[in-house]
Design a protein. Structure first.
Length: 551
């Protein structure tokens, strides 16, 4: 016997096979031997037939009889019987949506409080499904006005009638199949009564699924069946149940492999699972582990089949980490990235400017395994390094300054020869990137400067265009000084010399820095960067800018 919110098949070792029977194949209510088989009956109970209704389901039509056991607490039965009739349409429609899902004849037994031995003092509405194979599926409902909720009754009725349908449609229900028998019955009740509450099973699944497999839970698995329904629809859920009944848990591995179980875990964590009525299952708030990551460290994790192992990782601010994965045979280990999507490892995590919290999970549908998640602190941390991190674009003034640098270099020579030189920015962009993993680049996107020399009534224009990047690693020593070590050079100069109608073009690679490492000075704010000392820049092009960081 169970409280309403914790109802179950009576007897964990129960194995039932009920086949559809001819209409009105009910037991004789006047037969004491029959009455004795009804759950809730006492040695002195008698049975009274009250009403008979029709249930139209996916396999045809069955009769639903309502009877009461004699007691002094049946004054409200008219209302209860009316609710049985009103709910049969929704129950039948839900079965029909699943395809050929149906039941045989059903007897609803209204049990008075005085008839329920050992049930005194219970609050709410409770019920039990059949506990023996007989000519009809009998559902006993223990009525107690204190705590009585109409929608609870409706939900309970749908849940227990679906157990009757399980026995007819799928055959055997044994102890090791209760994980799907109860979970799917709970899900079905949400189909038939879409505005019902969850009776704490959602929270229980959140808690237990961190360490226990799907097959160790029962009613809590309503969450899994909600998700499955979103993937394959009601008829797909019925096909899944049929496969489980025929093949056992091997069907679970066929239908829900490691990739699918990972997708379920992601939906659970993100709060994307919904009941058939459109009610959102709250996002998971319980985790297998909750860790602060502030330095290089290894995190060993155990991964078991159909356990939604998940971890909350709190990364300390103003640091950079690479998250790596050791061997995890047959398992999937993923971490949320900046966009709150899921990525395989390795993955870079920056906590500039603030601490961040990410969720990781490790799941499998195969054999138990173990894995190690390694958090490797990279480069340099602190507020100054965090300020540098990002992509900066040269300001118009800086681009003009670069052109002035060209005039300063060539102008004196032209003047000595009796001429003059002027230079101007001619197109393209200059970008400066400091990545949180300690790598950086000064990139020229077709950046061009045109210089025109005039002498003795003639002019010659030289346009120099730079494309490519100077790559480097970087560290910050304090708030205004850093160091760059150059690692690559792909910059190419293209010179176009125009003299009258004649244009001559030539290209050559940049020679690159003469030293492998040098220091640089900088002054950084959220939106501006003044920097001196990097190869490829000059005092004429030292200001860069970027948009404010997103809040």
């Amino acid at each position: 016997m169970h409280r309403f919110a914790r109802y179950a098949l009576t007897g964990l070792g129960l194995v039932l096979t009920l086949a559809p029977l001819p209409a009105h194949a009910f037991g004789d209510c006047s037969d004491p031997a029959y009455v004795a088989t009804l759950d809730g009956a006492t040695p002195t109970s008698t049975c009274e037939e009250r009403e008979t209704f029709s249930l139209v389901h996916g396999r045809g039509t069955s009769a639903v009889r309502v009877v009461s056991l004699t007691s002094a607490t049946h004054g409200e039965d008219g209302e209860w019987i009316a609710r049985v009739e009103r709910n049969l349409a929704g129950i039948g429609a839900a079965m029909q949506s699943m395809g050929a899902v149906g039941t045989g004849e059903i007897t609803i037994v209204l049990v008075g409080k005085e008839d329920a031995e050992g049930n005194e003092g219970e609050a709410g509405i409770i019920a039990s499904a059949p506990d023996s194979a007989r000519s009809e599926c009998a559902v006993s409902i223990y009525k107690e006005p204190e705590g009585y909720t109409e929608r609870h009754f409706d939900f309970l009725l749908a849940h227990e009638i679906f157990h009757c349908a399980q026995f007819v449609t799928f055959g055997l229900i044994s102890a090791n199949e209760l994980w799907w028998a109860e979970g799917s019955a709970e899900h079905f009740a949400h189909m038939a009564v879409p505005d019902a509450g969850d009776f704490d099973w959602y929270a229980d699944f959140d808690r237990r699924s961190t360490t226990e497999p799907l097959t160790a839970m029962q009613y809590e698995n309503v969450v899994f069946f909600h998700w499955l329904n979103q993937q394959v629809g009601p008829d797909g859920v019925a096909r899944f149940l049929a496969a489980l009944a025929a093949q056992g848990d091997a069907a679970l591995r066929t239908w829900v492999d490691t990739q699918a179980w990972a997708a379920f875990t992601e939906a659970l964590v993100e709060g994307r699972i919904r009941s058939p009525g459109g009610v959102t299952v709250p996002a998971a708030t319980t985790f297998t582990g909750d860790y602060i990551v502030d330095d290089t460290v290894d995190l060993p994790i155990d991964i078991a089949p159909y356990v939604a192992s998940r971890y909350k990782l709190r990364f300390d601010k103003e640091k950079h980490f690479e998250v790596r994965l050791g061997t995890a045979d047959g398992a999937l280990v993923r971490l949320q990235d900046d966009a709150a999507t899921w990525s395989d490892l390795p993955l870079f995590v920056s906590t500039c400017p603030d601490a961040v919290t990410r969720i990781a999970y490790g799941v499998t549908a195969d054999a138990p395994t173990a894995a190690t998640i390694s958090f490797v602190k990279l480069g340099t941390g602190g507020a100054a390094a965090c300020c540098l991190e990002g992509t900066w674009t040269a300001t118009p003034e800086t681009l003009a300054g670069l052109a002035s640098f060209g005039a300063e270099q060539g102008g004196p020579a032209a003047a000595m020869a009796g001429g003059e030189m002027s230079c101007s920015y001619s197109g393209g962009a200059v970008r400066l990137t400091f990545a949180g993993d300690g790598y950086g680049a000064l990139t020229f996107d077709g950046h061009a400067t045109a210089c025109t020399a005039r002498m003795h009534g003639q002019s010659i224009t030289t346009t120099g265009t730079r494309s490519g990047s100077f790559d480097f690693t970087w560290t910050v020593a304090d708030g205004e000084a850093g160091r760059a070590s150059y690692t690559g050079n792909s910059v190419v100069w293209t010179m176009a010399i125009k003299l009258g109608p004649v244009v001559q073009t030539m290209s050559n690679p940049d020679a690159g820095p003469s030293t492998r490492t040098n220091g640089f000075a900088f002054a950084c704010t959220e939106t501006t960067l003044d920097i001196l000392g990097l190869y490829g820049l000059s005092t004429f092009e030292n200001r860069f800018t970027r948009p404010p960081r997103a809040p």
